[in-house]
Every structure is written in C-alpha cells, then in structure tokens.
Design a protein around this ligand. Structure first.
Ligand SMILES: Cc1cc2nc3c(=O)[nH]c(=O)nc-3n(C[C@H](O)[C@H](O)[C@H](O)COP(=O)(O)OP(=O)(O)OC[C@H]3O[C@@H](n4cnc5c(N)ncnc54)[C@H](O)[C@@H]3O)c2cc1C
Length: 244
C-alpha cells in the first residue's frame, strides 16, 4: 500500500488550457487516495543527468472524482518546473508525485460554514477544489468567492465559476490591470472595503480561506480580521512572491 509520503508515478491523462498562462493537467494515479479539498501534491521532475526539482501543486478537483487528480499550473517565466508542466508535458507523460499533503488549509463539507474564499491568481486552485467538493457533496453551506486577477483573460475557471454563481455561490471578481467594456465588477486590488462588502452578508462566524501571492494573502487576512472575523477562523496559504 502506498502512503501519502511515498512517491508514485502519475500519468498525464488530459490537458486543458485555462488561460494563456495556465494549464490544467489530469493525472492518473496508480495509488489514488481521496484527498481533502485544499490539500496539495508534491511533483518531482528528474532530468537525464539526475538533477531533480520538486514543487507543490494544489489539487483542483474534488475528492469525489476517483482515480485521478487535476492540478492547475500557472507558468512562471523563469521557473524550473511550471514551464515544463505548462509547455512541454503532454498526454502519456509520466512523473513522480506524492500526496495528498496538508491538514490545515482544508475544507470538508462536514466543516460547515459559511464559507468565504479569497484568491489571487492561481491561488484560486485549492478554493476551486472546495467549491467543487461543496457541489459534489450537495453541501448547503453559504459560500462566497472574492477573486483577484490581472485581466479578464487571466480569470481561471471563468465559465465554471459562472455556472457556480447561477447555483448560488456568490462570485465576485476584481480585475486589477484592465477590464473589458461594460465590466461591472471591482477594478482595484483587494482592500478592506472590498473584503467587508463581500464578507458582511455571511455574518461574523465565517470560515475564511485565503490563497495566492504572499502580499495579497497578508493584506486579505489582516483585512478580514479588521472586518471582525476571528483569527482562528481565517486560514491562509501562500503560493509565491508576486501577483495581481
Ligand atoms: C502548498 C502550495 C501549493 C501550490 N499550489 C500551486 C498551484 O495549484 N498552482 C500553481 O501554479 N502554483 C502552485 N504553487 C506554487 C508552485 O509550488 C511553484 O512555486 C510555482 O509553480 C513556481 O515554480 P517554478 O519551478 O516554475 O519557479 P521557480 O524556479 O521556483 O522560481 C522562478 C522565479 O519565479 C519566482 N516565483 C516563484 N513562484 C512564483 C509565483 N507563484 N509567482 C510569481 N513568482 C514566483 C521565484 O522567486 C523565482 O524568482 C503552490 C505552492 C505551495 C507552497
């Protein structure tokens, strides 16, 4: 039996371009175990000369989807691992993975809510796993997502988020660099006023998950505390140095 910290060989089953810089890979795992929404896998790539590089990627799919996981990877220009996953990996490729990992930044339907999700860029990935799990488990928990992207074309899972919005999830976008004609969403970086507007209808007992670039995570977590949420109900995950 494979334990979560043993490496196993994943096979790329499908790929999907989400935005010009972001791709989803569906990976088949010989030792699949159900993850908790919000958990991640480590991916290790090894070159022919033996040099290897390892990075973490959140599971995007819901645990109800057995046998496979989706990861969604944003290409970082000078990066070692993300350009390989986005530009070079094709269906049939195999590489090492281990997981699922993490017990803090996780949400199960049984954890309840109301759920407030705040994301910047690819930080939406583990939050999407939570929304997909919420839908698949028919959890009736009120949920709102505040999602910051640079431009309309950079919004990951745009169509699926529209469907979720029709099914009762509150979806609020902010586009920080440019907006299409007729845009009615927010147009600035996440700030205290925006957080308070989105959080308020959910009440004080909200369970909040914040994920994205370090600066956004810190601003949003501090802002939610200033809006009256208790610190022990705010969970954060940092993906990298910069962002929208
Ligand atoms: C728990 C966890 C879950 C994660 N989940 C995801 C996920 O679902 N999707 C995803 O795309 N990434 C995710 N990341 C980030 C991922 O692990 C890598 O850090 C990222 O893909 C960059 O790796 P790289 O090898 O391409 O770049 P590196 O070779 O590590 O870095 C190259 C350069 O880019 C800078 N850099 C590194 N990361 C970022 C970043 N995020 N934004 C801007 N600049 C950066 C570095 O400082 C460096 O200067 C997650 C990170 C953690 C810790």
């Amino acid at each position: 039996m494979t334990r979560t910290l043993d490496w196993q060989i994943a096979t790329v089953k499908a790929t999907r371009q989400e935005t010009p810089n972001v791709k989803t890979l569906t990976l088949a795992l010989p030792s699949w175990t159900p993850h908790r929404a919000g958990q991640h896998y480590d991916i290790r790539l090894t070159a022919e000369d033996g040099y290897s590089a390892q990075r973490s990627y959140s599971v995007a799919s819901e645990p109800e989807r057995a046998g496979v996981i989706d990861i969604t990877v944003e290409r970082i220009g000078e990066g070692e691992v993300s350009p390989f996953l986005d530009d070079i990996a094709v269906v049939g490729d195999r590489f090492e993975v281990r997981g699922p990992i993490g017990g803090y930044f996780v949400w199960d339907a049984a954890s309840g809510g109301p759920l407030l999700l705040v994301a910047g860029g690819s930080g939406v990935v583990p939050l999407m796993a939570m929304l997909r799990h919420r839908a698949a488990s028919r959890a009736n928990v009120p949920a709102r997502l505040l999602y910051s992207s640079r431009t309309f074309d950079d919004v990951i899972y745009r169509d699926e988020l529209e469907v979720l919005a029709k099914d009762g999830v509150g979806v609020f976008h902010t586009l920080t660099r440019s907006q299409p004609a007729g845009w009615t969403g927010y147009t600035r970086r996440i700030d205290d006023r925006m957080l308070a507007e989105v959080a308020k209808p959910l009440g004080r007992n909200v369970l909040a998950f914040v994920c994205g670039p370090t600066a956004l995570v810190e601003t949003a977590a501090d802002g939610l505390e200033r809006a009256g949420l208790s610190a022990d109900r705010i969970r954060t995950e940092r993906f990298g140095p910069s962002g929208p």
